[in-house]
Design a protein around this ligand. Sequence first.
Ligand SMILES: *Cc1c(COP(=O)(O)O)cnc(C)c1O
Length: 447
Amino acid sequence: MHGFGPESERLARLILDYVIDRLRQSPPPLDGPRTPEELRDATGQMITEHGLGPDAALALFRDVLAPACISSDHPRYVAFVPTAPTEAASFFDLVVSAANIYGDWWLEGAGAIYAEMQTLRWLADLAGFPPDASGVFLSGGTAGNLTALTVARQTWRRRHDTTRPAAVAVAPSAHSSVRLSAMVTDIPVLVVPGDEHGRLTGTLLRDALDHADQEVFAVVATGGATNTGLIDDLAGVAEVCQDRGLWLHVDAAYGGAALASSIARPWFDGIERADSFIVDPHKWLFAPFDCAALLYRDPNLARAALTQHAGYLETLAPTAPLNPSDLGIHMTRRVRGLPLWFSLTSHGTAAYDAAVTRGIELALATADRVRQAEHLELVMDPQLSVVLFRRTGWDADRCQAWTDQALASGLGLLVPTVHDGETVFRCCFVNPTTTLADVDALLDAMR
Ligand SMILES: *Cc1c(COP(=O)(O)O)cnc(C)c1O
């Protein structure tokens, strides 16, 4: 199994040909799920004592398993939050696997960690974080929120020399992973009522804190709500957090990519005053799964909370410029920031500005289409790249039936969501290859 020989050479071609072929297809087949029984019948026994050989194994993936997975980079995949890695980022992901870099200690991964740090610096600069801000690439926004809340609470406990319970304040716009993180860390949640669109504002936060019957140590604001694309009043919230000495974490897992868009950056004003924020490059910064960036205003607070100690770790110089293991709830880590680093270094930041801005412009154009269509009704003006709209006369079952049919026919994936108790349709655009013609095809199919 080990050792590079002529057979490895052949295997490399086999795999690379598959990869090139997959990325060349534009669009790739949309595909869709199958039942475990169907998959069992189609694959037969895959894991055997003597192996099937790489050709048969790859054929199983190509012909049976991959077609049972939706291609989330399909241009008419506008559900949830799509993904759209650049070719550069996708190819470099192969390099990350081949290079076998241990990404947690400077001793082992200095060069790769340095490249990741430069990439995080780009994000920190976009947000307006200070020069000694730093962070780490984690597996996803969920891990980012969990880690940030853990550091925030540990910092508060240390400063106040206490372990008494204290709450995190969140608005209805907060992502479900924030509540999950609070559950895992056993942090009580103070729910702050949002404005008419569910957004957290400084005024509503101040009011809720004044009337809260529990102590609060942190606030999570959202930089682009997943369901609506709306950004909380970050400046107002930051003001209150500063006044009251509360940790401000901005969950910008989806929307934070728009910090790179010159038209959208002003909407995030206030984020520069946060203590931490996250952005998922695997969502709208064109990196492959799984890649989330967590930034700390003061990384020493994360170190104080998260550094692990063990006899066999003592050899790691405490003077190392940076050990990413100290900044997250993890140890072994793939240098998952490198595909973004490679793509960003190759293409330059202007290309990122243009590609992210395209998603925002497509949302505006889609909203116009919805306004003009007599079978559709816009729920609210879009801010980032999410558009919510009604198909007049359709109930939740009818919406779901349309979605199932659109997927089964290979048209696209556009799913309903629940907003304010009502089932409506939701599009989310991050893929620069999605065109207004794709949108028209989807909307026309709802007539
Ligand atoms: C997607 C998302 C998350 C969760 O991120 P994962 O990478 O899926 O774990 C958290 N918050 C927001 C606002 C999101 O959009």
